[in-house]
Design a protein around this ligand. Structure first.
Ligand code: TRP
Length: 457
């Protein structure tokens, strides 16, 4: 096999580059489109407390597991397992990650494409001159060509960044885009929380309602935390393989998790108070997904003074957040093709993005010409969404912690995260204990439950 020697591998050049790339992967549609609604509908502050506990006690340990696997092996997700556990079937976990990348990217790029359509509609003025936003979205999504063209444009943008390489593409790009994203979110938050009536929304968001919390809520909090941190499919194994040997991995993981969670909370402050101020739609009745971003928010922007500007800024920042996530998913497949099948980066990027686009076309067409086609009662888009986010990712995360806890083992893991003993921290042993005993049980429960509870995203 054409495994490239570690010395020649492309890598991230700076600590900030690592954070920007990994936080870029984590911060995406999950933060801006799903988190605000899921939180408000599931007990507000109560959900937030659960969510943050899962980020700290499960999310960071899994992220650290992925980083340590990748950095130790210096290979793609598939190759890493093969190298660290030779002659065992563990490489199948890497393979599952490659398949999951296909599934996630196919529906994610569809939605990412919608953000471009809405950005253009906002710029042209069409968006704020619409009367019926539900119809506007339905007209667009049931069109055969427009969503497909935007999806292809988005995949093309993703491919350009990945093609440019780790340091000159992914790192360079995310180092510019992530600060821009934070600033733009800040601008919209200030506008949103200063609207008359915003206080109601802020209260609704943060005041805990424990009566809304049940077993399903707990599972949703863990599922959302995993999806939001981009864990469970080898994205962070792949990125971990590009991290320098002197990087403090526990610190980096914590910073990425902090950035992701802060942006999720800021996104809620951007969206929820504005909805309370201007929308007659009850938040409890909204379904997560297209409704909030593509049907409710445009009406909010229309009612808001200066709404055109905020609509343009919002859809631009949503596209940016999605782009820094899609590049991380595509990179998983490209690194695999490059290192395991010996392709050049260029060839790997073309083959990966074209083949993912084919599956993506099916996801997009499930709103138009394929809308009558169902498997297990779900159209192709929902099936890919459900199978990847709820099933493949949770099983992926489960296998990863079991691998580190029971196969890679304590001394290898501690050696890797302490940079061969250089960093001394009691936290390292505590994290290993969680990885070995607690995380497998917690993730195992949600993985099994996800198979049985429908509608758990
Ligand atoms: N975390 C991203 C979001 O919140 C989505 C994402 C990107 C992802 N890469 C991933 C999810 C890898 C799971 C695994 O939108």
């Amino acid at each position: 096999m054409a495994n490239i020697p570690s010395g020649n591998r492309d890598s991230f050049g700076s600590k900030f580059g690592v954070i920007a790339a990994a936080a870029g992967s984590a911060v995406g549609l999950g933060n801006i489109w799903r988190f605000p609604l899921v939180t408000t509908q599931n007990g507000g502050g109560a959900f937030l407390i659960l969510y943050i506990s899962f980020i700290v006690f499960i999310g960071i340990p899994v992220m650290l597991s992925e980083f340590s696997i990748g950095r130790r092996a210096q290979l793609n997700a598939f190759g890493s397992f093969k190298k660290l556990a030779p002659k065992t079937p563990w490489y199948l976990v890497g393979f599952l990650g490659i398949l999951t990348a296909f599934a996630i990217l196919s529906f994610y790029s569809a939605v990412a494409g919608w953000t471009l359509e809405y950005l253009v509609q906002a710029i042209s003025g069409k968006l704020l001159h619409t009367d019926d936003y539900v119809k506007n979205f339905a007209d667009f999504s049931t069109d055969v060509y427009r969503p497909l063209i935007w999806q292809m444009v988005f995949m093309f943008l993703t491919a350009i960044v990945v093609y440019a390489g780790v340091k000159k593409g992914i790192e360079k790009f995310t180092k510019i885009l992530m600060p821009v994203l934070v600033i733009l979110i800040g601008v919209v938050v200030v506008r949103s929380v200063s609207l008359p009536g915003a206080a109601e929304g802020i209260k609704y968001l943060f005041v805990p309602d424990w009566s809304a919390v049940n077993f399903k809520t707990v599972l949703m909090a863990l599922g959302q935390a995993a999806f939001s941190l981009s864990i469970g499919m080898g994205t962070l194994i792949t990125y971990g393989s590009y991290i320098q040997k002197d990087n403090h991995l526990l610190r980096t993981s914590s910073q990425v998790a902090l950035a992701d969670t802060s942006i999720a909370i800021l996104s809620s402050l951007m969206v929820i108070p504005a909805i309370f101020a201007f929308s007659s739609v009850s938040i409890d009745q909204m379904s997560p997904g297209p409704g909030l971003v593509f049907e409710v928010l445009p009406a909010v922007f229309k009612a808001m003074p200066g709404g055109v500007i905020f609509a343009v800024v919002f859809f631009f920042l949503l596209a940016v957040a999605a782009l820094t996530s899609t590049i991380s998913v595509l990179e998983v497949v490209v690194a695999y093709l490059k290192e395991e099948l010996g392709m050049t980066r260029g060839k790997a990027t073309i083959i990966a993005s074209v083949s993912i686009s084919v599956l993506g076309v099916l996801a997009t067409l499930s709103f138009s010409s394929l809308s009558g086609f169902h498997i297990f009662g779900l159209n192709i888009f929902d099936l890919l969404n459900f199978a990847s986010a709820n099933i493949m990712l949770t099983f992926g995360a489960l296998f990863i912690v079991v691998f580190v806890g029971w196969k890679l083992g304590k001394s290898n893991f501690l050696d890797e995260i302490s940079n061969k003993g250089e960093i001394k921290s009691v936290l390292h042993k505590i994290v290993f204990f969680i990885i070995r005993y607690i995380a497998p049980v917690a993730i195992g429960i949600i993985a099994v439950a996800a198979l049985f509870i429908k509608g758990l995203t």
